[in-house]
Design a protein. Structure first.
Length: 146
């Protein structure tokens, strides 16, 4: 059982389009399976698994994780890529590379808290300076009237 659960019973705002996409996805996987290079036979005296090609490993992962790959088509709030998550982590990695490390755990936690707040506010469309002013005035999040 996956974390996603039963893919076919998930509610969707997209009508029949996810089912069509799933059919096309499976069709592509079937055609791709025919194009895969053959898995070499095990040589005598060798132990362990036989090495498969990168293409074969990718095909197996795409087949195994079909529900996760197509989840964006079923749920509108799931992004197509994870670029946003990677962008959110980028500044922390740059800070780590430039300074090497934080002097204390307390400063590392403070940096993470502040940068997380600023990234959240930026994702909601706030200017970072306005977000800082809001935080200093005790208004961490603005009411948008929703």
């Amino acid at each position: 059982m996956s974390l996603i659960g039963d893919y076919d019973n998930l509610p969707t705002p997209f009508g029949e389009e996810p089912k069509n996409l799933q059919k096309r996805y499976r069709n592509i996987l079937t055609r791709g399976a025919k194009q895969l290079p053959p898995i070499p036979l095990r040589q005598n005296g060798k132990r362990g698994r036989v090495a498969k090609s990168d293409a074969h490993n990718l095909w197996e992962r795409l087949k195994k994780h079909e529900m996760a790959v197509l989840l964006f088509a079923r749920l509108s709030h799931v992004p197509f890529t994870n670029n946003r998550a990677e962008r959110d982590l980028r500044m922390s990695k740059v800070k780590q590379k430039v300074s090497g490390c934080f002097r204390t755990r307390k400063y590392a936690e403070a940096y993470c808290r502040i940068s997380s707040y600023l990234q959240t506010m930026a994702n909601q469309g706030y200017n970072p300076l306005v977000a800082i002013q809001m935080a200093f005035s005790g208004q961490l999040y603005a009411d948008r009237g929703e």
